[in-house]
Design a binder for this molecule. Structure first.
Ligand code: PHE
Ligand code: ZN
Length: 848
């Protein structure tokens, strides 16, 4: 069993490390790394413990004198230099190691992707490059020399020297090792510049492989927009002369905020109208912004230890969400974010992997880059902003930057900044960081003599390792509507601090209809006895766009839950949808969101949380049936909207035309259920952009009528890895459930299934697990196929294998037969000899 790390065991590093000099002599199987660490002891008699994994030690010296074997201890995880071998004052440690980037399939540390060298050091990858105190609270200034014949040699900071076969970079800002980066390759740049608010010119470059340079323009513009927004909104200016972004094809995550040298999964950089969808464009802009924003929230102010990960991630997600809300339609962005939150974080929080945004122990930190740390972390920042108001929030952030610039901080530091700037006591609020689980908020109503009362109770179920759940501070934004739909009480924020608490509204002429949790003011499950008629009323009248959408969503969800249990679709839902399709006053993107039905996994989660056992086949059938019913009932309106939303002129990814395309595709889904796929086929044949081409293909796949289109799509795009990822994903995710596993098996045998590439692996396996009824096939074939591939991937790339194992996190929702099948697969995985620390932690937690 691998050792557990506890928050309570934190101790500062007993040496100061101010400067580091690195020299890389690159070679695929024998790269030499020389490191010079300038250290000063801070505690008498402390040993020098450096992390290091998979390093071949070549040389080791202090102040120029080689160490003797008795002076140090070398293990699988690092190097310990005995106190007796250390000088009393400042000294210089030099090491030389050899590593093999070409053999690094885990994509952590220094590795190769299509002939280029690149690095990924967060969280603990730097220890695979050289011996080092690989922890975020050790912040040093780096000087880097790279020697290689490759034409482009990049590292962090500013370039200081270059010549034939070498380049040197110097980063003036102290940083932890996880922000180190190096890139070397045959790359081409798309370049631009940005003039900062104090008038400094910054050179911007997006580096890609030759041939990809015509798909970088959008990313460059997104970077410029991000830099301007962070100045205007947070007063944050960029702090180097150059900012480089590099796109790589093999990457475990989305992107990485290395100081001055962000490294991106190529799918989050490259875009052209023919190859990227509207959603791809939106994500590229959001992730470019996210990584750029880390320069202040993550890099200039970093985390003391990895338990504080949400300090940088929750805040930076909140910042990128606000940015997208400003660039596009804020109300639509909020709804999209809540859909993601519920689909990923509520799901995680309802199962065996539930953990607080700030966990207090882990075995493998890579397993904590989760929806809870990121998305719930962002919700918690949003609640703080709601509690102190926009000006209070800006004041708190100004104080945060002033007080903590250059430091490695904790959640306590962060909360203290809000307390000091607002004068509030946030002790109870802090539970959002330390407690796991999604609170359930129940509400009942009373109306007497003009006084309207809301009685709330909050409850959070026990989660692994946490039985007691004291009440949290929940900000509940509420508005009241009169019987004619007018707002009689505008939005106010109620602060619930007790387990049960009532709030009253006086002087009302008639019983109002409440609009509760406006804007989704807290990440809770709201439970309220309501009627379909009242939901339809809110869908028609609520002035809060989030709650307007939410009313329709709740209606759709309860309709689907009822149908999955043998009921028929209710008239209220069908009528309400009819009014929405025709509502020209609402934004197209908003109508599209209202028209789109909840996914099958969401229906399963809703059934499970209501105490029922979800039947995946029944849910799938119910959703198809509702689609068909909707189309039959509203065919004319859907067809008219579908026709009216065709966007004339050349493609742009802006919010307005994207909104029209999304409404168009939202109409196409039900229409395809009754037109035999005619419209989808026509759209596929005529589409000139990937949004519509793929949107049409998706419908044809779900109908089982896509063989021809799939073949032509493949013939056109087989040399484009990112587009072929979509081809794999769409088939795995949307093939009708009975045929899904066979289709996934056929795809896995396709010569283009390069399973060592994380994007390709995720397309196929992630696609299958998104195919709810296909994955959960009663005979367990989906589970077996999936587990076989995790077992195969684990020795190559444990991080991605562990991350993908979350497909099994919902096992407890289902019937005992499926539970046994899923637990059986998890047990089989857990029993594999040599299983990685990553995946063994995951299987142990999943099995509970
Ligand atoms: N820190 C990166 C981000 O949020 C995510 C990441 C983590 C990337 C670990 C790679 C490895 O932007
Ligand atoms: Zn991040």
């Amino acid at each position: 069993m691998h050792a557990t790390t506890y928050l309570a065991d934190y101790r500062p590093f007993p040496f100061a490390l101010e400067r580091v000099s690195l020299r890389f002599r690159l070679a695929p199987e024998a790269t030499r790394v020389q490191a010079e660490l300038h250290l000063t002891p801070r505690e008498a008699g402390a040993a020098l413990v450096l992390d290091g994994e998979e390093l071949k030690l070549i040389a080791l010296a202090i102040d120029g004198a080689d160490l003797k074997p008795a002076d140090y201890l070398l293990t699988e995880t690092g190097l310990t230099i005995h106190p007796a071998a250390l000088p009393e004052g400042a000294f210089t440690l030099t090491t030389e190691v050899e590593i093999a980037p070409a053999l690094n399939t885990a994509l952590e540390g220094l590795y190769m992707s299509n002939g280029m060298y690149c690095t990924q050091c967060e969280a603990e990858g730097f220890r695979k490059i050289t011996f080092y105190p690989d922890r975020p609270d050790v912040m040093a200034r780096f000087h880097v020399r790279i020697e290689s014949d490759l034409p482009v040699l990049l590292s962090n900071g500013n370039p200081v020297a270059q010549g034939a076969g070498f380049a040197e970079w110097d980063d003036p800002w102290p940083k932890p090792a996880y922000l180190f980066a190096l890139v070397a390759g045959d790359l081409v740049a798309t370049s631009g510049s940005f003039t900062t608010m104090s008038g400094r010119e910054v050179a911007l470059n997006i580096w890609v492989r030759p041939g990809d340079e015509d798909r970088c323009g959008f990313a460059l513009g997104a970077l410029q927009r991000s830099m301007g927004w962070d100045e205007r909104t947070y007063g944050r200016e960029y702090d180097l002369h150059i900012f480089n972004i590099v796109a790589v094809d093999d990457f475990n995550m989305g992107a990485m905020e290395n100081k001055g040298l962000n490294i991106f999964n190529s799918k989050l950089v490259l875009a052209s109208p023919e190859t990227a969808t509207d959603l791809d464009y939106e994500r590229i802009e959001a992730v470019i912004a996210h990584e750029y924003f880390h320069n202040w929230t993550g890099n200039r102010i970093t985390c003391r230890d990895w338990f504080q990960l949400c300090l940088k991630e929750g805040l930076t997600v909140f910042r990128d969400q606000s940015f997208t809300a400003d660039m596009r339609l804020g109300a639509v962005k909020r709804i999209e974010d809540v859909i993601t939150l519920r689909g990923r974080q509520f799901r995680e929080d309802a199962g065996p992997l539930s953990h607080p945004p700030r966990p207090d122990h882990y075995r493998e930190i890579n397993n904590f880059y989760t929806a809870t740390v990121y998305e719930k972390g962002a919700e918690v920042v949003g609640m703080l902003k709601t509690l102190v108001g926009p000006e209070g929030y800006r004041a708190a952030l100004d104080l945060y930057f002033a007080r903590h610039d250059g430091q490695a901080c904790t959640i306590e530091d962060w909360i203290k900044v809000f307390e000091d700037s607002s004068g509030r006591d946030l002790t109870q609020f802090k539970r959002w960081y330390t407690d796991a689980g999604t609170p359930h908020l129940k509400v009942a109503e009373r109306f007497e003599n003009g006084t309207y009362t809301l009685d709330f109770t909050q409850e959070t179920a026990a989660t692994p390792g946490q039985a007691e759940k004291p009440a949290r501070l929940i900000p509940i934004a509420v508005g009241l509507l009169g019987p004619n739909g007018d707002e009689v009480v505008p939005t106010q924020v109620l602060e619930m601090t007790e387990a049960r608490q009532s709030f009253t509204f006086e002087g009302l002429g008639a019983r109002p209809v409440p609009s509760i949790l406006r804007g989704f003011s807290a990440p809770v499950v709201l439970e309220r006895e309501t009627s379909p008629a009242e939901q339809a009323f809110l869908l028609a009248h609520d002035s809060d766009p989030f709650n307007r959408w939410e009313a329709g969503r709740a209606l759709a969800l309860s309709t689907l839950c009822a149908m999955a249990q043998g009921g028929a679709p209710g008239g209220e839902y069908l009528d309400a949808v009819g009014r929405l399709i025709a509502d020209e006053t609402a934004e197209p993107a908003f109508r599209a969101l209202c028209l789109r039905l909840p996914g099958e996994d969401e229906v399963a989660q809703a059934l499970a949380s209501a105490g029922a056992v979800p039947d995946p086949d029944a849910i799938h059938a119910a959703r198809r049936k509702l689609m068909e019913t909707l189309a039959n009932r509203h065919e004319a309106a859907l067809a008219a909207t579908y026709a009216a939303c065709a966007v004339p002129g050349p493609y742009t990814p802006d919010a307005a035309p994207s909104g029209l395309r999304s409404l168009r595709l939202a109409c196409l889904a039900p229409l395809s259920a009754i037109d035999g796929g005619a419209r989808a086929q026509a759209l596929f044949d005529s589409a000139t952009n990937m949004t519509e081409s793929l949107g049409a293909l998706n419908q044809l796949i779900a109908l089982g009528k896509a063989e021809g289109p799939l073949a032509s799509f493949r013939a056109r795009w087989e040399n484009n890895r990112l587009v072929m990822d979509k081809w794999f994903m769409a088939q795995a995710a949307l093939t009708p459930p009975a045929a899904a596993v066979a289709r996934a098996e056929a795809l896995a045998a396709d010569p283009l299934f390069d399973w060592k590439n994380p994007n390709r692996f995720r397309s196929l396996l992630g696609g299958l697990s998104a195919n709810h009824a296909g994955f959960h096939r009663a005979d367990g074939a989906g589970y077996r196929f999936y587990a076989d591939w995790l077992i195969r991937l684990d020795p190559m790339n444990p991080q991605t294998a562990a991350r993908m194992s979350t497909a099994f996190e919902t096992w407890a929702r289902y019937d005992t037969a499926r539970q046994a099948l899923m637990r059986g697969e998890l047990t089989r995985i857990a029993a594999q000899p040599g299983l990685s620390r990553d995946l063994s932690e995951m299987t142990a937690r999943l099995l509970g």
